[in-house]
Design a binder for this molecule. Structure first.
Ligand SMILES: Nc1nc2c(c(=O)[nH]1)N[C@H]1C(S)=C(S)[C@@H](COP(=O)(O)O)O[C@H]1N2
Ligand SMILES: [Mo]
Length: 491
C-alpha cells in the first residue's frame, strides 16, 4: 500500500521521478555490466518488465518480514519500513530528474506504510488477546486489511491514470506535423528486398523496432518545454528550442542502428528512415574550440554518450532526429529529439530524450557505460545474419534458399558468403543497399542432401575486410564471430 501511495503521490507532485522508478533506475545504474548483459540476453527487450516483477517480489517479501517482526517486537517491523523508505529517498536523490517535491514522496509513502503496519498489528494484538473466538476482533483486523488492499488498488489505478498523462504527451505527439526533408532520403533501389518470405522488412516498422535504454519509465517531454543546450569547449553556447529546430532545413536518411549488446545473430538492430537536422550545423554555430575531440550528449534522465567530435562534424549526416519512418519519434524512441549517428553503436551515439551536447575531450569526461565495462569509442562491427530458414527448422532436400542481412555501417558491404559444414565459401547474391549506412539483404540457393547441416555466414566490407571469425562476447565493444545455424534437411 505504501509503495502504491508513493507512486500516486509522485504522479501528483513529481511525474518525472517516482520512488519505484528511482529505485529501479538506481539498480540499473548500479548492477555490474555482466549482470546487464545477462539480463538483456535472458529477457531481451522485456528486461524492464522483468526488473519490475523482481521488485514487486522483493517488496512483498519485505512487507511480510516487516509484519512478522512487528508482531513479535514493537518497532522492529517499523524499522524495516523506515529503512525501505530511506532506500527510496536515497534513490530519488540520485536521479537526474530529482525535484524538491520528489524528495517528499518516499517520506509520505514510508509514513503511510508505518501507520498501516501499526494499525494492523494493534488490531492483530487485540484479536490475539480476545482469543480466536472473538468474531468482532477478527473482523476488525480483516476489515482493516481489506481496506488497505482497496486503498492500494484505487491508488494504483489513479497512479496509472496520472501516468496516462503520458497520454497528454502522446496527444501532443499525435498532433505534431513535421516538415518535409529538404534533403530527401535516397530512394530505396529496386531489388533491395530479396523477395524471400520470412525476411524481416528492409525498413523496420516503429512498433517492431528494438528498444534498449536505462529508463524504467519513459521520459515524458513536452516539446514546448524542450531545449537543447550546447555547452563546454565552444566559442558560443547555444540554446535551441523545438520550434527553432523544426524551422531548420531537415535531412532524411535511412540509417541502420545497432546495440553493442547484440549477440551474433541477434535482433537488437533495426533500420529506419530518420528525419532531422545535421548535428554538424549546430556544432558549426557553436564553434568547437581547438583540442576538443568528443561530444558528451545527455538525456533528460541524465544518461550520457561519448561521440567523437569528428564523426559528428564529417559529411555522414549525424542527425538531431525528430522523425522516424514518417512520424514524430515514438515516446520510447526518444521523443521529441534524439541523436542518430551512422556507423556507431547506440551506447556511444544514439542519445534519446536529448537535452545537452557538451563539447569536451575524451580525457576529461566519461559517458554512462564507460565505467561499467564498455569502451568509450564504439564503431559498429561488420556482421551478418541468417534469417531464412529459421535456425532449427527442417527443410526438404534439394535446392534450399537461404536469406538474411549483412551490415558494415558507413563502409558498405561488398560481399556475403555462406559455407556448409565448414566447406568452401560460396558467394551469395547481394541485394542493392539503400546506402552504406544501412543493412543489405542477401540470398543464396544451395544444394543440400538429407541430414543435419551447419551453415555459416560472413560479410566482407567495401575495403575488403572480412567480418571477424573469432567468437567474442558483446562486452567491451561488440560481439564477433560467424552466425551459425543448424538445419535439418529431410529426404
Ligand atoms: N537517454 C538514453 N538514450 C539511449 C540509451 C539510454 O539508455 N538512454 N541507450 C542507447 C542504446 S544502448 C541504444 S542501443 C539505443 C537504442 O535505441 P532504440 O531504443 O530507439 O532502438 O539507444 C541509445 N540511447
Ligand atoms: Mo545499446
Amino acid at each position: 500500500m505504501a509503495v502504491v501511495l508513493g507512486e500516486l503521490a509522485a504522479g501528483l507532485v513529481s511525474p518525472s521521478v517516482s520512488p519505484l522508478t528511482a529505485v529501479g533506475g538506481a539498480v540499473i545504474d548500479a548492477v555490474p555490466g555482466v549482470v546487464k548483459e545477462w539480463a538483456i540476453s535472458l529477457f531481451g527487450t522485456g528486461d524492464k518488465a522483468a526488473l519490475l516483477a523482481g521488485m514487486v517480489l522483493v517488496i512483498a517479501v519485505l512487507a511480510a518480514l516487516a509484519g512478522v517482526l512487528e508482531s513479535r517486537r514493537r518497532l522492529a517491523g517499523v524499522a524495516v519500513v523506515a529503512v525501505f523508505g530511506c532506500v527510496g529517498l536515497v534513490a530519488v536523490l540520485t536521479r537526474a530528474q530529482v525535484t524538491p517535491n520528489a524528495v517528499a514522496v518516499p517520506l509520505v509513502a514510508a509514513v503511510a506504510g508505518i501507520a498501516m503496519l501499526r494499525w494492523l498489528i494493534t488490531r492483530l494484538d487485540a484479536w490475539r488477546v480476545a482469543g480466536d473466538s472473538s468474531l468482532t476482533a477478527r473482523r476488525s483486523f480483516l476489515q482493516l486489511l481489506a481496506g488497505g488492499a482497496v486503498v492500494a488498488a484505487v491508488a494504483g489505478l489513479a497512479a496509472s491514470a496520472l501516468r496516462g498523462a503520458a497520454a497528454g504527451i502522446s496527444e501532443v505527439r499525435g498532433k505534431l506535423r513535421l516538415p518535409a526533408g529538404q534533403t530527401p532520403a535516397q530512394a530505396v533501389p529496386a531489388g533491395a528486398e530479396n523477395g524471400l518470405s520470412g525476411m524481416e522488412p528492409l525498413v523496420t516498422p516503429n512498433p517492431g523496432f528494438y528498444r534498449i535504454d536505462t529508463a524504467l519509465s519513459v521520459p515524458l517531454i513536452d516539446p514546448q518545454n524542450w531545449v537543447l543546450k550546447v555547452t563546454g569547449m565552444v566559442n558560443r553556447e547555444i540554446e535551441l528550442d523545438f520550434a527553432a529546430l523544426l524551422a531548420k532545413p531537415m535531412t532524411e536518411r535511412h540509417v541502420t542502428i545497432a546495440c553493442v549488446s547484440n549477440e551474433v545473430g541477434g535482433d537488437l538492430i533495426g533500420n529506419a528512415l530518420w528525419l532531422g537536422w545535421p548535428v554538424r550545423e549546430l556544432l558549426a554555430m557553436a564553434g568547437p574550440r581547438p583540442g576538443a575531440d568528443m561530444v558528451l550528449s545527455r538525456s533528460s534522465d541524465g544518461w550520457t554518450a561519448s561521440t567523437p567530435l569528428e564523426v559528428l562534424t564529417d559529411s555522414r549526416d549525424a542527425l538531431l532526429a525528430v522523425g522516424m519512418n514518417g512520424e514524430p519519434l515514438p515516446l520510447e524512441h526518444g521523443f521529441p529529439v534524439r541523436m542518430i549517428v551512422p556507423g556507431l553503436y547506440g551506447y556511444v551515439s544514439a542519445t534519446k530524450w536529448l537535452t545537452e551536447l557538451k563539447v569536451t575531450r575524451f580525457a576529461d569526461d566519461v559517458a554512462y557505460w564507460t565505467p561499467r565495462g564498455w569502451t568509450d569509442h564504439g564503431p559498429i562491427k561488420t556482421s551478418s545474419r541468417i534469417d531464412v530458414p529459421r535456425a532449427g527448422h527442417s527443410v526438404p532436400a534439394g535446392t534450399v534458399m537461404f536469406g538474411g542481412v549483412a551490415w558494415a555501417q558507413h563502409t558498405g558491404v561488398a560481399k556475403v558468403e555462406l559455407r556448409v559444414n565448414r566447406g568452401a565459401w560460396q558467394e551469395a547474391v547481394l541485394a542493392a543497399g539503400i546506402s552504406r549506412d544501412t543493412w543489405y539483404q542477401w540470398k543464396l540457393g544451395m544444394e543440400l542432401t538429407a541430414g543435419q547441416h551447419e551453415i555459416q555466414v560472413r560479410a566482407t566490407d567495401d575495403t575488403g575486410k572480412p567480418q571477424l571469425e573469432e567468437r567474442k562476447p558483446v562486452a567491451p565493444d561488440g560481439a564477433t564471430g560467424f552466425h551459425t545455424i543448424r538445419v535439418d534437411v529431410k529426404s
